[in-house]
Design a protein around this ligand. Structure first.
Ligand SMILES: Cc1ncc(COP(=O)(O)O)c(C=O)c1O
Length: 442
């Protein structure tokens, strides 16, 4: 495609754009889990309008865009209060969970460089269920992840993590909750361990940050995971997940400015001037920050408690329905609205294919092979349809075991089991590269 020789009329372009998404996953109808957090059409309109007001604004220069800096400060204050932080909590709004995690890992590395300069190959001790954003951060910043197997309940094994700590350790990480099974790691114990060893502890609450506090407030059991745990140094929490903000918004909160200091990058000899930036990206789009601020104002604590209750009830119904289907088994005792299940005596990846044929976008997991659902308030309306389709899909797979050898099932099955992970990576890289090849198809 070339840039059109003559510009087109806005109406014409917008009509084309609206038509373009027709083949995409039906997120407004709740047909996808984990990629989109939708809170209804009225809220979507607020997001669009708030985003549009700041679509061209740039927080790269907080002096020029004081209003955006103020919104960022207020978002961090609201998050700090929600996470039971002291008044010293500070932080930044980033473009998403991955950026919050990249910033945290880079800051932990630089904090260690300052305090323990003899550590040349820094290590972070993490559970195996940690999100791949940490692998990415470790890869980018020359940090080694010491991955410690989780217990049979999928929670971090604190004793094993304690054993994995060495003189090269620069910090610990736990999740609240971890993505795959929705369980919260034992943050109180990890905090005590971190304090004992004089290490910082990051809590990845990208999923739970704006869900667990509301669940706790409506009386659901939630293990303590936030700044109430004295050893917690920093928390990543995504606004674009359970805060139902527009895409491109997360918070990285630090217990104190002293902890956050290492997140700030400064370049002093650029001919274009002194350059300072607290996050990974340079230009910082104003739209997602304004939309996130507007979202927190719009729902308020009451609205969030209602959304969390709706999501939790939907997850309960989903779990109860899955538990009743012979041949399916729930994994872990989720502390959140994440549901994951495996199949016994049937190929779960063939089941995933049959669900996709019925119009669902399916998140396939491995170790063990399973299907993941991040249940949101928007899924309250589809639980019965999902369960009906799941029963029918499983019956199909059981009746025809050859389905495990067709569609995408063998590919997922092989990728999950192949012992040489480097080969899996090479194959996946090839698939992605082909998507980006000239004329490549998604
Ligand atoms: C626990 C956890 N951490 C981090 C992330 C990364 O967030 P993002 O996709 O917004 O970069 C995710 C995303 O699902 C997650 O589930």
């Amino acid at each position: 495609m070339n840039i059109p020789a003559k510009g087109r009329a806005p109406d014409d372009i917008l009509t084309e754009l609206r038509g373009k998404s027709a083949g995409d996953t039906k997120w407004r109808e709740g047909r996808v889990f984990s990629l989109v957090y939708h809170a209804g059409e009225q809220h979507e309109q607020l997001l669009q309008k708030a985003h549009a007001l700041y679509a061209s604004a740039n927080l790269l220069n907080p002096m020029a865009f004081g209003s955006l800096k103020q919104m960022e400060r207020e978002i961090v204050e609201m998050a700090g209060d929600l996470f039971h932080g002291p008044s010293s909590v500070v932080g930044t709004v980033t473009s998403g969970g991955t950026e919050s995690i990249l910033c945290a890992v880079a800051a932990y590395r630089d904090r260690a460089r300052r305090r323990k300069p003899w550590i040349l190959r820094p290590e972070l001790v993490v559970p195996t269920t940690i999100h791949p954003a940490f692998d990415k951060a470790a890869h980018y910043f020359g940090v080694k992840l010491v991955k410690v197997p989780v217990g049979p309940d999928f929670r971090a094994d604190v004793r094993a993590m304690a054993k994995a700590i060495s003189w090269k350790t620069i910090g610990l990480v736990g999740s609240a909750p971890q993505y795959a099974h929705g369980v919260v790691d034992p943050i109180a114990e990890l905090g005590a361990l971190a304090q004992k060893k004089g290490l910082p502890l990051h809590v990845d609450a990208c999923v739970g940050g704006f869900l667990l506090p509301w669940l706790e407030q409506i009386g659901r059991p939630v293990p303590v995971w936030d700044f109430r745990v004295a050893g917690v140094t920093s928390i990543s929490a995504d606004l674009h997940k359970f805060a139902y903000a527009g895409k491109g918004a997360s918070v990285l909160a630090w217990r104190s400015l002293d902890d956050m200091r290492h997140q700030i990058f400064v370049a002093t000899d650029f001919p274009g001037g002194i350059y300072a930036s607290p996050t990974m990206i340079g230009t910082r789009p104003g739209g997602p920050i304004a939309a996130a601020w507007a979202t927190l104002q719009s729902f308020g604590a009451d609205g969030y408690r209602e959304l969390a209750g709706k999501a939790a009830d939907a997850a309960d119904r989903m779990r109860a329905g899955i538990a009743k289907i012979p041949g399916l088994t729930l994994l872990g005792k989720s502390d959140s609205t994440i549901v994951s299940y495996a199949a016994l005596g049937a190929d779960v990846y063939a089941l995933a294919d049959r669900m996709e044929a019925r119009g669902w976008t399916v998140d396939r997991q491995q170790r063990p092979a399973s299907i993941h659902l991040t249940v949101t308030a928007n899924h309250a309306a589809i639980v019965d349809d999902y369960l009906a389709d799941l029963r029918a899909a499983l019956a199909e797979v059981k009746a025809d075991p050859s389905l495990a050898k067709s569609g995408t099932a063998p590919m997922y099955g092989m990728a999950a089991k192949m012992p040489v992970r480097r080969l899996v990576a090479a194959n996946v890289r090839k698939v992605i590269a082909n998507m980006y090849a000239p004329g490549g198809q998604p």
